[in-house]
Design a binder for this molecule. Structure first.
Ligand SMILES: [Zn+2]
Ligand SMILES: [Zn+2]
Length: 121
């Protein structure tokens, strides 16, 4: 009907907005993160595997949601936990990344001074 034909990938729902500006579990626990990842199936925002709590991969495991996309400004790559491949994918519902004034690591006020020593290798 004149609409653009969206690329459909199983496990990716481009219509779902991200859950918020920061990692869901870190915000709940008062933790901090290095980089943020967005679940491409349900919009859950979680912290990356270099972060102390690795909530994005935990979410993927627990929910069976294989696809994440970077939630960092300027990054549009997808990653699939099942085949461990980085790839491109469809545009997702905005916002496409966390707010530009949100620091990396984040969030403001909760990052320890020695955060670099606390990253996972
Ligand atoms: Zn987290
Ligand atoms: Zn999910």
């Amino acid at each position: 009907m004149g609409e653009d034909v969206a690329v459909t990938v199983e496990g990716i729902d481009p219509a779902v907005a991200p859950s918020g500006a920061g990692c869901v579990e870190c915000e709940h626990e008062g933790g901090w993160w290095f980089h943020l990842r967005r679940c491409a199936a349900c919009g859950h925002v979680g912290c990356c595997d270099s972060s102390p709590s690795r909530h994005a991969s935990a979410h993927a495991r627990e929910q069976g949601h294989a696809w994440i996309r970077s939630f960092e400004p300027g990054e549009a790559w997808f990653y699939n936990f099942e085949d461990e491949q980085v790839s491109e994918g469809p545009a997702l519902a905005p916002p496409e990344h966390h707010p530009l004034d949100q620091p990396v690591p984040g969030p403001a006020g909760r990052v320890p001074v020695d955060w670099q020593q606390k990253l996972n290798g």
